[in-house]
Design a protein around this ligand. Sequence first.
Ligand code: FES
Ligand SMILES: [Fe+2]
Length: 402
Amino acid sequence: MHAVPPLEQNTVEASPTHAASPKAAPAQGPAANDAPVRDLRRVGIHPDYWYPLAWSHEVKRGKTHGVTFAGDPIVLARTESGKVFALEDRCAHRQVPLHQGVVDGESIRCGYHGWTYDCSGKCIDVPYLGRERLPNGVRSYPCREVEGLIFVFPGDPAMAEVRPLPKLGSVADKKYKTRRFGRPVNCHYSFMHENLMDMNHQFLHRRQMGQMRARSLGRRRGEGWVEVDYTFARMAGQQPIGEAIVFGQSRKAGGDNDKDVMTIRTEYPYQTLQIRTSEKTLVMDLWIVYVPLDREQRTNRTFGLLSIRKPGIPGALNLAWPLLVWFTERIFKEDREIVEAEQRAHDSQGADWNHEVFPVINELRALLRESGAPDQVVGAGSAHTEVIRFWDSRQGNPVAKT
Ligand code: FES
Ligand SMILES: [Fe+2]
């Protein structure tokens, strides 16, 4: 852990459309000799990490499945033996997507002329050529399947050997039941990190949660991560059913309900949210990541694993599960709508006018900037990319099973 660096200045990059307009200046402009700060919403995610690109159930045995990472088309294939591999989603011949081809044993056969690629991307058969005259193949990606997620390493393949897969919360612990969830959201991944870490937005969820007041207990920062602790007090309203399921107890307004501690951590590029009771029991453990889909990185697909500790009464959590799903979906919908509104504001303003006042979010923003792809500027294209349509055209229904 190192000392907390100075807070970010609320600087923005000048944009051609807004720089000249005094009206367009943010509340706190950069001082004259400040070094320009990268617009966080234009920082590309760093590719040298493991990213889930699909749920296991989406890649069926003997089938292909087309996905994208930051605009790069990737085909996932599950072979007849059940192994999953990942290649560039293009045939080396006429560049048509390989996901339109077929799995043939342990390889993919392009749907056009039948060129065939093994799991390393090597072309191993051209039906109308001799084996001695085979052309070059396509790029392969390191690929691993863990706990129902298919992880791909989109960056430098040499880094895949040294970069560990993330720890996936409590998903493998039998004491917990896990909900797998996620869907595309029309915004840059940084809005998602800010949304989850900033518990001062309970006002947004007032209809679901009643009036809750979050209190920050402190923050910590280390190499590649930042985290913050909160406690909560219910100021008014009833305890929602979803919260009751997590805690297995009734927490009333004005009661002694502020002993539980929520810790939210961004360990680049992943995020976790854990709730511990006053007895230090981990009752909720969320692991989540936001994977950019389009080249502009104005949309992401969320992959979340929400683990809830099973209560003492066997089967009680299963009975309550549909309510928990309903509750978390409603919260997620409110979050999704508000972060998409933030992205639209960025699109129309042409720069990040964010006026952040909460220290840990400034820490988080600095971390995301420092950890992102160096020098890569994204989101500089047309202001209103129809990214979900882009996704739908490749995927069909992207909603995860719960
Ligand atoms: S385009 Fe793939 S085999 Fe011809
Ligand atoms: Fe929220």
